[in-house]
Design a protein around this ligand. Structure first.
Ligand code: SOE
Length: 393
């Protein structure tokens, strides 16, 4: 007799570009590597264009393609809505799904404005009272080296945190002829480098450091103010240009300093103009008893300095985070067989399904997403007001 299968967890995905593809591979593979309390079933993907969504369903492994996302919300065989669309549709989709009793996983940043994020967090709280779960997709929390860094900080290995230094450096719009894709339009994306990649380092600084940002002083800049209009595009890759130009209405780069509730001083830099840096998400923490450093471009490494050791032998040393007792790593390959970007999404989906099965609230919650949104808003307000010190609301 074969052992009983866990009950199915029907999933509907909306959006099938870069993030939709990343989430699809995670839904496809998670059950093959992790024991789960529910068995993900990739029921349907939604998108506006019939032929495109049908092709995406076929390529990405979804059983059905639909052109009206509302269909996903009324079906009994769908228990989860996974939202991978641009930020301007997050609030409407997430609130409707939670009210329909669907668990929701929503890509970051949670929303385009604080007001939208507040509505989403309130809907999530109401839904949680009915056993409906929600989570925001800050996937880098699930990189094993980052999860280990958080544990080391929580275990007190760094002592009291004094400094957090965070950067997220990309270069994909350095060319002024790169077209005006949706990520460069405020009404679609909310903000530019700040919300897209700055949100990740804000979340990580708070997650790893264990303390919230309380105030900021910021500068932002839009280096290229006008760009060729984009044809169809999934956000990072330009589609064919449709002729003419249009204004860039978001920041190209954002830099800010901050204080945390626990008394650390922090600095942040988010830019898509760091020529040669492709996905350099870096974070360093310095505490009274030690330091940690991470760079996503070598994502299996965590650098640790134990300041309580004798100065004769102390110094940064590399931990290769692939041991079976490192977070998530034991589910994969033998030590030294490296993991990649996509594994962070598999781990994210694992944690989400586990929480649904356990009946616990997954993190980062929509309330956590709202708090990041408040930091983003404080950064924008400070930058508009000559870098005035701005408390996080
Ligand atoms: C684009 O800058 C982007 O795809 C972000 O939206 C993702 O969150 C990040 O992981 C990679 O870069």
């Amino acid at each position: 007799m074969s052992p009983a299968q866990p009950p199915a967890l029907g999933v509907g995905l909306v959006g099938y570009s870069f993030m939709g593809r990343a989430h699809s591979q995670a839904w496809r593979s998670v059950g093959a590597f992790f024991d789960l309390p529910r068995r993900p079933a990739m029921v349907a993907v939604a998108g506006r264009s019939g032929p495109d969504v049908a092709r995406a369903a076929e390529q990405l492994g979804w059983a059905e393609a639909v052109t009206d996302v509302k269909e996903l919300l009324v079906r009994d065989d769908i228990h989860v809505l996974d939202i991978c669309t641009p930020g301007d549709s997050h609030a409407e989709l997430a609130v409707a799904a939670l009210e329909a009793g669907k668990h929701v996983l929503c890509e970051k940043p949670l929303a385009n404005t604080v007001a939208e994020a507040e509505a989403m967090a309130a809907a999530a709280e109401r839904a949680a009272a009915r056993g409906v779960r929600s989570m925001v997709g800050f996937n880098y929390r699930r990189v094993p080296a980052i999860a280990l860094a958080r544990r080391l900080v929580a275990d007190g290995r760094l002592g009291r945190i004094r400094h957090i230094r965070a950067q997220y450096l990309q270069d994909w719009i350095t060319d002024p002829l790169f077209p005006l894709v949706w990520r460069l339009q405020k009404e679609r994306a909310g903000s530019g480098a700040l919300g897209d990649i700055g949100a990740h380092i804000i979340d990580l600084a708070q997650f790893v450091g264990g303390s919230r940002i309380t105030g900021v002083s910021a500068v932002t800049e839009t280096f290229v103010k006008e760009r060729p209009l984009a044809g169809s595009s999934d956000g990072l890759a330009p589609g064919a240009s449709s002729g003419g130009t249009g204004p860039v209405t978001v920041d190209d780069a954002a830099l800010f300093t901050a204080r945390t509730a626990a008394g650390a001083l922090a600095s942040f830099e988010a830019t898509r103009f760091a020529a040669g840096r492709k996905n350099a998400l870096r974070i360093e923490l310095n505490g009274s008893d030690g330091s940690l450093a991470f760079d996503f471009e070598s994502m299996n490494d965590l650098w640790f300095h134990d300041h309580t050791e004798s100065a004769r032998t102390a110094g940064f040393r590399r931990i290769l985070v692939t041991e079976p007792d490192h977070p998530y790593a034991g589910a994969w390959w033998p030590p030294g067989h490296l993991l990649g970007y996509e594994h962070s999404f598999t781990h994210e989906i694992h944690d989400f399904v586990q929480a649904i099965g356990d009946g616990s609230d997954p993190a980062p919650s929509f309330a956590d997403g709202l708090q990041v949104q408040r930091v983003l808003a404080a950064v924008e307000a400070s930058a508009c007001d000559d870098s005035r010190w701005t408390p996080v609301g």
